[in-house]
Design a binder for this molecule. Structure first.
Ligand SMILES: Cc1cc2nc3c(=O)[nH]c(=O)nc-3n(C[C@H](O)[C@H](O)[C@H](O)COP(=O)(O)OP(=O)(O)OC[C@H]3O[C@@H](n4cnc5c(N)ncnc54)[C@H](O)[C@@H]3O)c2cc1C
Length: 467
């Protein structure tokens, strides 16, 4: 069982790191420790003992080696927007914050590639490449504040994942510092490459448990020149959910199909976007391409299919400003729901698309039975539902725990996964065995042991604790 490092060990670590980091790159003042004690997961507060801010790969290597040799827990930290507690220092130790490694190293238009440091904010890379007519599609709704290192570690998705895929689909190569301190370059520079095991695939989504990404090579696409967005409203979430399937069965592939249920619509109504009074659920549909008429015709077809599925109102954004207004409303859902009740637990299950209507119905029924408000929204195109449980007091917590367990069980029973994009981290570690066979968990445990024999690297994440 891992414990917090002793004061003597921490003194030895400080002494060692003071030789490789500048003053200000190693902090242990109460404000900094407090700041790094939480992320966006609502899983509790875990104070680190030290926070390091390396500025380059060599410094990362020195910090990793020092923590490894003194067996001090080390946790990589991006922008702490994570929703599964991945960046929390469960056993104290050192938080390795990558925010000072935030350079866009290069954007190679001719190769369709960008090379970045892990601390770059996702939205900033997007703007930089779009200015050159290029496109980085993965668009987590936290894009204004999350980092690319965190996206890599969580294999982040977003509304556009439906058409364009998730972060993994865009990572060509990585510079990676292993728990041993060794620096590896894995992957390839061309868009295609299949030599050896897919180590990029192993590192992407490893949630900071197998090392640190210090440089990331990303694939870029040509920027679609025409994008059309519509808000399609329904009188019930069941109709909206069924419309998702209807659109796809009509052979249309929008780049987003975002679902909002009644609670979510109510929470964001009037926050920069006014929903029509009859809207009790909505889909945000976006289509893109290179030709104005073709893209518009596709949106019209989506509208017709949705109308047949029961849509009561359709509003097409008439300008980029109106599109942005709609997406700004979508991005605020999580925060708007948080404002409704004192506590909010956000689950991000994913189910096969055809199961969405039934799963949403079962979640609502479960909420009613347990006396809890359940709000569901999310990337319905790829079956990824953000099911939120809202509650007012700690006294309700046992019912909330029961609701979470029931939600995850019904997801797995429906052929789904306990996490579509937020990761297992600390929040869902104890539920992994619901979805994965013991042999699969054991294989992952062995991989972890191979790369981090002492287990000092982001301990307590992903894999259930051994009893
Ligand atoms: C309002 C809101 C909306 C969100 N919407 C989405 C969404 O649409 N899609 C989605 O996928 N997620 C979403 N998230 C969750 C979160 O933003 C993502 O998981 C994001 O990828 C985390 O990035 P971060 O930089 O904040 O990482 P952190 O939270 O700091 O860390 C996350 C994990 O990454 C590890 N890590 C960080 N940097 C590195 C590195 N350089 N090397 C190795 N490991 C590292 C950490 O150890 C930790 O395990 C949302 C969060 C919020 C608050």
């Amino acid at each position: 069982m891992r414990t917090r490092p002793t004061p003597q060990t921490l003194a030895a670590l400080r002494e060692r790191l003071s030789k490789v980091l500048e003053p200000g790159q190693l902090r242990d003042d109460p404000e900094t420790l407090e700041e790094f004690a939480q992320d966006e997961s609502d899983t509790g507060k875990f104070l680190p003992d030290l926070v390091a801010f390396p500025a380059n790969t060599s410094q990362v290597v020195e910090v990793v080696r020092a923590c490894g040799s003194l067996d001090v827990p080390l946790t990589p930290v991006g922008a702490r927007s994570g929703k599964s507690g991945g960046s929390l220092c469960l056993y104290g130790g050192l938080a390795l914050c990558l925010s000072r490694m935030a350079r866009i190293v290069s954007i190679q238009k001719e190769n369709g590639v960008a090379v970045v440091e892990p601390g770059v904010i996702t939205g900033e890379l997007m703007k930089a490449v779009e200015a050159q007519g290029l496109f980085y599609p993965p668009d987590p709704n936290s894009l204004e504040f999350c980092s690319l290192g965190g996206n890599i570690a969580e294999n982040a998705g977003g509304p556009r994942a439906f058409k364009y895929g998730v972060t993994r689909d865009y990572v060509l190569a990585l510079e990676w510092v292993l728990p041993s301190g060794e620096v590896l370059r894995v992957g390839h520079q061309p868009i295609k490459g299949v030599a050896g095991y897919d180590l990029v695939g192993l590192f992407v989504g490893s949630e900071g448990t197998l090392g640190v990404a210090t440089e990331i090579t990303l694939q870029l696409l040509p920027l679609p020149t025409v994008v059309k967005t519509a808000l399609i409203c329904f009188a019930s979430v069941a109709e909206a959910a069924k419309a998702v399937g209807a659109v796809l069965q009509a052979g249309i592939l929008p780049r987003t199909l975002e679902l909002l249920d009644d609670v979510s619509v109510k929470a964001i109504d009037g926050r920069g976007y006014d929903f029509p009074p009859r809207a009790k659920a909505a889909l945000i549909v976006e289509v893109d391409g290179g030709h104005e008429e073709a893209v518009f015709a596709e949106l019209v077809r989506v509208g017709e299919v949705c109308e047949r599925a029961g849509a009561v109102d359709t509003a097409v954004a008439q300008s980029d400003a109106q599109r942005e207004q709609l997406w700004a409303a979508r991005r605020v859902v999580s925060r708007a729901l948080r404002a409704l009740k004192k506590f909010k637990i956000s689950e991000d299950v994913a189910v096969p698309r055809a199961e969405i209507p039934r799963v949403i119905e079962e979640l609502k029924a479960m909420g009613a039975e347990l006396g809890l408000t359940v709000a569901t929204y999310g990337h319905a195109g790829d079956g990824n539902l953000h099911a939120n449980i809202l509650y007012d007091s700690e006294a309700e917590r046992p019912r909330v725990e029961e609701a979470i367990a029931r939600m995850l069980k019904l997801t797995v029973k429906a052929g789904g996964t306990i996490t579509g994009e937020h990761g297992v981290g600390y929040a869902k570690r104890d539920y992994l065995a619901l979805e994965q066979a013991q042999g699969v968990i054991t294989l992952q445990r062995e991989l972890k042991r191979l790369m981090d024999p002492s287990g000092f690297f982001n301990p307590g994440k992903i894999l259930p604790l051994v009893p």
